[in-house]
Design a protein around this ligand. Structure first.
Ligand code: RB5
Length: 155
């Protein structure tokens, strides 16, 4: 697994921010793969969320980034894919904790909510933070059980 590999995707609401962050990532030495979309034409965000999440899993790409207008739709869709832990973060502390405590593998942004430089600082915090394991792993294991058997998601 190449630790500096990232896959990115967006809908029409997020493609400009995705383009900005993708170019910044490449300039910083990241290997960036873009699953679309490519412009302002209206598309359906779940198509890109699912495409990105399946590739991330199949190709063992360590990190993903999904952007739509608010980040909410992308985050909801991505979290339907078993093994995906997507986090919508609009500031760096949440992004750091999403990695340290939740081992999030996909970061979501709302391009209509956050500016490009703030988004870059949030993304940097996400990429620079390691999962702390320990007590956090046992909690994630419980979520994995819920993914595998929906009946176990009952209280
Ligand atoms: C598209 O207009 C918008 O609904 C989408 O980008 C996203 O914000 C959904 O959660």
């Amino acid at each position: 697994m190449d630790p500096k590999r990232i896959i990115i995707g967006s809908d029409h609401g997020g493609w400009e921010l995705k383009d900005f962050l993708g170019r910044r990532l490449s300039a910083k030495g990241w290997s960036v793969e873009d699953v679309g979309c490519e412009g302002p034409t209206s598309v359906d965000y779940p198509d890109y969320a699912i495409r990105l999440c399946h590739r991330l899993k199949q190709e063992e790409i360590p990190r993903g980034m999904l952007i739509c207008g608010t980040g909410i739709g992308m985050c909801i869709a991505a979290n339907k894919v078993p093994g995906i832990r997507a986090a919508l973060c609009q500031e760096a502390y949440s992004a750091q904790m999403a990695r340290a405590h939740n081992d999030a593998n996909v970061l979501c942004f709302g391009a209509r909510v956050i500016g490009p430089e703030l988004a870059w600082s949030v993304l940097s915090a996400f990429l620079d933070t390691e999962f702390e394991q320990g007590r956090h792993q046992q909690r994630l294991s419980k979520i994995a059980v819920m993914e595998n058997d929906r009946d176990l998601a009952k209280p």
